[in-house]
Design a protein around this ligand. Structure first.
Ligand code: CA
Length: 755
């Protein structure tokens, strides 16, 4: 690990972009972070995403078979294509994909036979630029735009030069225009891709075609000289002058072929070389990553920070396009109609409500405001609020967390939507079960309403559902209360304490509970699954984001509460596989992390290290926040402790490195931990700056001794969103010993419903 980080620090600033900044922020990013993943063990489940921030389409090399969710695995040594990708997670697989594969000497269309060997030494993987030279000397480069990319293929001298366009796993259509050096077409593939929903593309080449034809990728039959094909897995192939260099501009649209052509003209039309597209992409990334400037820390810390910030800046995707006048409009994945306005897709709220969206409220409030209105528009088109949009609503995982985003946005001053409309949509969501997926509407809503909890085993993962529903109800109450919607406030106020109904005082754990009120027998807190989602009782104990104080009181007070937090780390990292019947990757990752029952590789426990602040031991939050950053993250292919999950696990790191975390989205507070750098400047969209100064900060000096905010003594264990957004300076005196007297007053503790 140390050697790799050292090598990485050498490549930083090695002239990967022509920017005068030294090094440019984009050069700190390693897009291979987290790519050394497989089904049974995840180090991120990422792919080397070559894209602009929150862009509609991304690009990646492909080492896996067409349709495989593990599209690029670091340990593999052969590439079979370069694809346009949109994937959220290896577990959901991709949609709207097509790919290119260059080859020399001989035309080979079969995806298995055309694979070319490469080594990572001949690969550059940056957000604005991907380059790989195969062992056969053929070089591919990619530079992204928002809805397209510039590619360049450099063929070895003296050999026949071919390019294959692969139509991937579904229906596709292809038309070759030999006189115009152009191909147009569409693909329709992927599970989230509804009827009538096509990804149209236009591909413009800067070299004439020597020969051409179409093919299909099931039987790999070739139709030489043909210029048109439509059907399952139809593609094209081209031959260029031997040993040439070919630049390719490609752009796509979900609206129409005309719009794809407009996207190409607007984003890539003037830039006739890949260098220009690459430089433009570097500029956009440097501006986006430059929203946070850090000083101090090691080169490895900076690489990890900016690599995580990059991953935190990809989801949700912009799903809208701009018409000729520049007005936004989109093809709705919900009702398959064209609408004006903004739309965003590709995120699972179960993961991302926790930190990724709260981070966006700080870094991208304008975009976030557009998104909030788009959420309500999606509800109108779909009949349900999105919970897992990919690109339409999948209803995966648990909870109704759209309300968390909406309440959080409102609390933080975003006024782009009608709160009454949001509450109406949420009431419908929380008192109905939709036709698909457990998080499409509310699974077990009737019993939750009547009993105050979701009974187990009548409903799977029932205790996890109860806990998250109660938090969501808090968010609705919060939004209703602050906007004078008393009718809704009354309903949800009654339910936001429902977490108490699944707490068993005899074992002091959140447990499964039957309709008869009896606890599920044979309790083992290390047992995964059953009433819990992807975790056990140790992980789900803490999912009371809205009322940690109330939780602490249930557990017998602060002493018991913090002792139990300690136990999470001191318990053996033993796994009872429970209802999963075998090790799932999240279990293996917890064992590997070797931090007891602390399972940072999955979402339920990710806020836990910050909870010591509520129990009178803030220094332990400072200690563990730094320890998790240090032990479980780096910028390498093994850089995450589990699934990255649409920016969530990265956003945990970004916020933690700033020195705070969003324990309770829906409130205006971020709970303090320990910042990673000596000085951090947040450049806000409103032109103001918020600066976190910690001059004595180091790997040893992780403890906050005292603090000032804008020059005044600051004793709180949290920072308010308003204080961030108004700009200012939070100055932290750091030391190597806990300041056991700081931040203990009731008024210094972060938000809880209970007093
Ligand atoms: Ca996860």
């Amino acid at each position: 690990m140390k050697i790799k980080l050292f090598l990485l620090s050498l490549t930083v600033g090695a002239g990967l972009t022509s920017s005068a900044q030294s090094p440019a922020l984009v050069d700190y990013v390693n897009t291979l972070q987290g790519t050394n993943s497989k089904h049974e063990l995840t180090r991120g489940n990422t792919y080397p995403t070559t894209a602009l921030p929150f862009a509609m389409h991304t690009w990646t090399p492909q080492t896996g078979r067409n349709g495989d969710g593990w599209k690029y695995q670091y340990f593999k040594d052969k590439i079979r294509g370069f694809q346009q990708a949109h994937q959220c997670s290896s577990w959901t697989r991709d949609y709207a994909v097509f790919s290119f594969m260059p080859m020399s000497g001989k035309l080979v269309v079969n995806e298995n036979d055309r694979e070319a060997r490469f080594s990572h030494a001949n690969e550059i993987a940056k957000p604005n630029y991907y380059k790989v030279k195969f062992d056969n000397e053929l070089t591919t480069e990619i530079a992204p735009s928002e809805r397209g990319a510039h590619l360049r293929f450099t063929y070895p001298k003296g050999k026949q030069s071919f390019l294959v366009l692969d139509g991937y796993t579904g229906i596709s259509g292809i038309k070759i225009y030999p006189k115009e050096n152009k191909i147009t077409g569409y693909v329709h593939n992927g599970e989230g891709f509804k009827e009538g929903f096509k990804n149209f593309f236009v591909i413009q080449f800067d070299q004439p075609f020597k020969s051409w034809g179409t093919w299909e990728n099931k039987n790999n039959t070739i139709n030489a000289d043909s210029t048109i094909a439509e059907g399952l897995g139809k593609g094209a192939y081209l031959e260029f002058k031997a040993g040439t260099v070919v630049q390719v501009k490609v752009a796509s649209s979900y609206i129409s072929m005309d719009q794809a052509a407009l996207n190409l003209e607007r984003e890539l039309g003037k830039d006739n070389t890949l260098e220009k597209t690459k430089a433009k992409a570097a500029e956009i990334w440097n501006a986006s990553l430059g929203k946070v400037m850090v000083e101090g820390g090691t080169a490895a810390d900076k690489a990890t920070f900016y690599s995580c910030f990059f991953r935190a800046s990809l989801f949700s995707r912009k799903f809208y396009e701009l018409d000729r006048k520049g007005n936004p409009y989109y093809f709705s994945p919900y009702d398959s109609k064209i609408h004006t306005g903004y739309m965003f897709t590709d995120t699972g709220f179960w993961d991302t409500f926790r930190a990724q969206f709260p981070l966006n409220t700080i870094m991208h409030p304008e975009m976030h405001g557009r998104y909030m209105q788009a959420l309500l528009d999606a509800q109108q088109q779909c009949g349900w609020l999105p919970s897992w949009s990919f690109p339409s609503e999948a209803g995966s995982m648990i909870g109704n967390h759209a309300i968390s985003l909406l309440a959080d946005a409102w609390t933080k001053g975003i006024r782009t939507f009608d709160p009454a409309e949001a509450l109406k949509a949420y009431l419908h969501e929380s008192t109905n079960k939709g036709p698909w997926g457990p998080a499409n509407g509310r699974d077990g809503w009737k019993e939750y309403f009547q009993l105050g909890y979701v009974p187990y085993p009548k409903y799977r993962e029932a205790t996890a559902k109860t806990l998250e529903y109660a938090y969501d109800d808090f968010c609705a109450w919060q939004l209703a209360k602050s906007t004078g919607n008393d009718f809704y406030a009354g309903i949800f106020e009654r339910q936001m304490y429902n977490y108490k109904n699944v707490y068993d005082p005899s074992t002091r754990f959140m447990r499964g509970r039957g309709e008869d009120g009896k606890w599920t027998p044979n309790f083992d807190p290390t047992e995964w699954g059953g009433p819990y989602t992807e975790g056990n009782a140790w992980h789900w104990q803490w999912s009371v984001f809205q009322d940690i104080k109330g939780l602490s009181q249930l557990m017998g007070g602060e002493k018991n509460f913090t002792a139990k937090l300690d136990s999470v780390f001191s318990e053996p990292n033993k796994v009872n596989t429970g209802s999963y019947g075998g090790m799932i990757h999240e279990m293996t990752e917890m064992v590997m992390a070797n931090m007891g029952q602390y399972a940072h590789g999955n979402q339920p426990i990710q806020h836990m290290v910050y909870l010591y602040n509520y129990g009178g031991q803030p220094w332990k939050s400072q200690y563990y926040a730094r320890k998790v950053m240090h032990n479980l993250y780096d910028a390498t292919e093994n850089g995450y402790p589990g699934d990255e999950d649409q920016g969530q696990t990265s956003s945990w790191y970004v916020l933690s490195a700033l020195g705070f975390y969003s324990v309770t989205p829906g409130t205006d507070q971020y709970v303090l931990g320990s910042p990673l750098f000596n000085k951090i400047t947040i450049n806000l969209e409103n032109g103001k700056k918020f600066i976190i100064e910690a001059p004595a900060n180091s790997a040893e000096n992780v403890y906050i001794q005292s603090a000032t905010l804008n020059g005044k003594a600051y004793t709180a264990d949290f920072i308010r969103h308003t204080d961030l957004i108004n700009g200012g300076v939070l100055k932290l005196e750091m030391g190597n010993k806990p300041a056991v007297g700081r931040g203990l007053a009731e008024a210094d503790k972060p938000f809880s419903l209970s007093k």
